[in-house]
Design a protein around this ligand. Structure first.
Ligand code: HEC
Length: 99
């Protein structure tokens, strides 16, 4: 019985370890609140700069809209598909917003 307990405890530790390990691969992911579009924002925006650059800004929807244009026109971000752009704008103006 004790042995079974030890085994399940080890099993639990190894699972917990692998979950924590994943977070360590992408420590900046934790800066973004859960929500639809989170992964898209993470992979797109962290290609060039820290996610801190994104979350330290608390912008209105209108300002995020302009910022996305500015990333494309001046910073070399690829132009987004209409749907993807809308999803990213929704995410930012919902979760990284002053509103
Ligand atoms: C192709 C590269 C690239 C991508 C992709 C990119 N950025 Fe940027 N971004 C930059 C650069 C370069 C700067 C620094 C510009 C500067 O110093 O003013 C910057 C700066 C910023 C700033 C700070 C602007 C300011 O006025 O200080 C914000 C906010 C920002 N990016 C948001 C985003 C968001 C949100 C995304 C994803 C949707 C994104 N960026 C994707 C290149 C990129």
């Amino acid at each position: 019985m004790i042995r079974l307990f030890v085994f399940s405890w080890l099993f639990f530790i190894s699972i917990a370890g692998s979950v924590i390990g994943q977070e360590e691969d992408e420590p900046e992911m934790a800066l973004l609140p859960q929500g639809e579009g989170r992964e898209e924002v993470f992979y797109l925006c962290s290609a060039c700069h820290s996610i801190k650059t994104v979350v330290q800004q608390r912008l209105s929807r209108d300002m995020w809209d302009k910022t996305l244009d500015y990333m494309v026109s001046d910073q070399g971000m690829p132009e987004l598909e209409t749907e993807e752009r809308a999803q990213i704008l929704n995410y930012l103006s919902t979760h990284v917003s002053i509103e």
